[in-house]
Ligand binder design. Structure first.
Ligand code: ATP
Ligand code: MG
Length: 359
């Protein structure tokens, strides 16, 4: 079959790294005999907003809804358009309308990259953060009373549904089942958050009954964050609510070195809707136009996309190509300045595409 991939570079360095991701996908498609049809989308950017007064065309649901995956760069140029307009007008619409209820981020220390955690080597840090992506603490339920007075009160509710939580837990347990360590850690705070979090723990315990092979533990979010830094080797798959997952899924990749290499996926596991694959980093206006953006986060996101589409061999080849080029080091490979090299985006993308072809 032919996969239809919407290519949405967005803003800033999205325009520099997305073509390198496409290049890697083309190399993988040739090597593994896959048929990928790339559809370029010029919306979800500040340029589009300045021309049309909105981030997306009216028929974006129809246009994107028929795709097999969305390959996204970054959105936002806060000097031109406020971030709440760009983000709510594009990426968050995709996540909600396409029910991408899993946010998945691998946290893996790659060869040749220095972790900010002293003494950590590749192999010491290799886990996933699974974040609930559609409900929880990020609800818009709440309000203000006595606004502007001494008696002012503000309330914002956490909304968790059994369906919403169970489906994320199931994804996390299933992911843990695919990994040799078969270990799952749940992020909680049931000592302080006395209604939703004890209930979250109950849902975890019930789901665990279906997965006797999984070794399960749970930590309160505060000590869990500390243990990401102190004992990253303890973790295999970590599952968390929207807010806790948001924090952990930035902290985890931060422990694995430069932000330029970290990938992420917003997944609708049932494939009712397309899932979205994007690097963890943003549009980085400060380095845009200089040609020095690291394309690896985007290329690794392409690997996650191939895996989601069911092509594990192609996904593995892309990740191995990244590892091979990184392991060669800045003297042998055209690594970008954030990796200690003097290479440019295009050269690094080319080196990885060549490594995929040679795999
Ligand atoms: P967000 O969009 O998540 O709010 P941001 O746009 O403020 O984040 P990022 O774009 O993630 O921030 O970038 C933060 C810093 O990291 C940038 O200033 C940039 O120098 C650096 N950076 C980000 N991505 C890359 C990359 N791919 N290669 C090299 N450096 C990067
Ligand atoms: Mg940004």
């Amino acid at each position: 079959m032919t996969y239809k991939i919407a290519v949405i570079p967005g803003d800033g360095i999205g325009n520099e790294v997305v073509p390198q991701g496409v290049r890697a996908l083309e190399a993988a498609a040739r090597r593994f005999d896959l048929s990928l049809d790339f559809i370029d989308c010029d919306f979800a950017s500040c340029d589009y907003y300045e021309r049309h007064g909105r981030m997306l065309p009216d028929d974006w649901r129809e246009q994107l809804g028929t795709m097999d995956a969305l390959f996204f760069g970054a959105v936002g140029m806060p000097e031109r358009v406020p971030d709440h307009i760009t983000l709510w007008g594009s990426l968050l619409q995709f996540r909600r309308v396409f029910d991408q209820y899993i946010n998945l981020r691998p946290c893996r220390l790659m060869p040749g990259i220095k972790s900010p955690l002293a003494g950590r080597k590749p192999g010491d840090i290799d886990f996933y953060v699974v974040r609930e992506n559609t409900e929880g603490e990020y609800s818009s339920v709440g309000g203000k009373m006595f606004e502007g007075t001494e008696r002012e009160v503000v309330i914002q509710e956490t909304v968790m549904s059994r369906t919403g939580v169970d489906r994320v837990l199931k994804f996390a347990f299933e992911l843990a089942m695919t990994r040799p360590r078969r270990k799952l850690t749940s992020a909680t705070k049931s000592n302080g958050i006395s209604i939703t979090m004890p209930w979250w723990d109950e849902r975890v315990a019930e789901m665990a009954g279906h997965y006797p092979e999984i070794s399960l533990d749970k930590f309160h979010i505060d000590i869990l964050a500390a243990n990401f830094v102190l004992h990253p080797d303890w973790f295999d798959v970590v599952v968390a609510s929207n807010l806790f997952g948001d924090i952990l899924s930035d902290l985890g990749p931060a422990c694995t070195g430069t932000i330029g290499v970290a990938p992420s996926a917003n997944i609708n596991p049932e494939k009712t809707f397309p899932s979205l694959f994007e690097p963890v980093h943003g549009s980085a206006p400060d380095i845009f136009g200089k040609g020095i953006a690291n394309p690896i986060g985007q290329i690794w996101s392409a690997a996650m996309m191939l895996e989601h589409l069911g092509h594990q061999d192609a996904a593995d080849a892309v990740v191995r190509a990244i590892e091979k080029v990184l392991a060669a080091g800045p003297d042998e490979a055209p690594l970008t300045p954030d990796l200690g090299g003097r290479g440019i985006t295009d050269e690094l993308g080319n080196a990885i595409a060549n490594a995929i072809k040679a795999s």
